[in-house]
Design a protein. Structure first.
Length: 208
C-alpha cells in the first residue's frame, strides 16, 4: 500500500473527527450566563419560602385581630397596621418569585399563538424596552421617598401604631430589586431559547 496516501487519509480523517468534536462544545460565556440564571432562580426559591412564612404571620395577625374585635369587643391599632404592612412586604418580596413561575398577569392577544422561540425573542426584546426601564424608574423615584422616611425617623401617626415605618418602606426598593434580579434571569433564559440552545422551562410549584 502507498504509505503517503495512507498518511494523508489518516490526517484528513483526524481533522474531520476533530472538527466534528469541536463544533458542539459551547462557549464559556453562555455557560456562565446560564449558571448565573440558575443561581438567581435558586435564590428566589429561598425568598419565596421566607415570604410564605411572612404570609402565614399575616394570616395569624388577622385571625387574632378578628378574635379580639368580635370576641372581646377590643381593637388594636398595632395589629391592624401590621396586617397592612405584612401584606405589603409579602407582596413586594414575592414579586420576583412570582415572575420565576410566570404567574404575573399578562394581556394575551397573539402571544400564545407564537412558537416558543418567537415568544422568547419577544420577551428578550421587551425586557429591555419596558421591563428594566420601568423597574429602575420605580426604584429611582422611591429612593427620595424612603430616604426622607429614614431622616425623620417616621413611625405611625396613630397612637399605639407600628413604629419604624421607614424600615417597612425600604421593602419597596428590596422588592423591586428582587424583581429586577429575576428579570435578569428570565432574560438570560429567553436568550438561550431564542438562540435555539435549549427548550423553554416549565416550572411546577411544589405544594407541601
Amino acid at each position: 500500500m502507498n504509505s503517503g496516501a495512507d498518511l494523508r487519509l489518516t490526517l484528513r480523517t483526524g481533522a474531520c473527527y476533530q472538527s466534528a468534536v469541536a463544533l458542539p462544545i459551547p462557549r464559556e460565556e453562555p455557560f456562565l450566563l446560564r449558571e448565573l440564571a440558575r443561581r438567581i432562580d435558586a435564590f428566589q426559591e429561598r425568598v419565596g419560602r421566607v415570604t410564605s412564612f411572612i404570609t402565614l404571620g399575616m394570616v395569624l395577625v388577622v385571625f387574632f385581630d378578628v378574635c379580639l374585635r368580635y370576641g372581646f369587643s377590643r381593637s388594636s391599632v398595632f395589629m391592624q397596621e401590621m396586617e397592612w404592612h405584612l401584606f405589603a412586604v409579602s407582596y413586594l418580596l414575592a414579586a420576583g418569585y412570582t415572575m420565576l413561575y410566570d404567574e404575573h398577569v399578562r394581556v394575551d392577544i397573539v402571544y400564545s399563538r407564537w412558537s416558543p422561540r418567537k415568544r422568547a425573542l419577544a420577551n428578550f426584546v421587551f425586557a429591555f424596552l419596558f421591563f428594566f426601564p420601568s423597574v429602575l424608574l420605580v426604584m429611582y423615584t422611591a429612593t427620595p421617598f424612603i430616604r426622607n422616611s429614614f431622616l425623620v425617623n417616621e413611625g405611625s401617626p396613630d397612637p399605639g401604631g407600628v413604629p419604624a415605618r421607614y424600615v417597612l418602606k425600604s421593602f419597596i426598593i428590596i422588592g423591586f430589586a428582587l424583581l429586577f434580579l429575576q428579570g435578569v434571569s428570565e432574560t438570560i433564559k429567553n436568550f438561550y431559547v431564542a438562540m435555539g440552545w435549549e427548550e423553554p422551562e416549565i416550572r411546577v410549584k411544589e405544594i407541601h
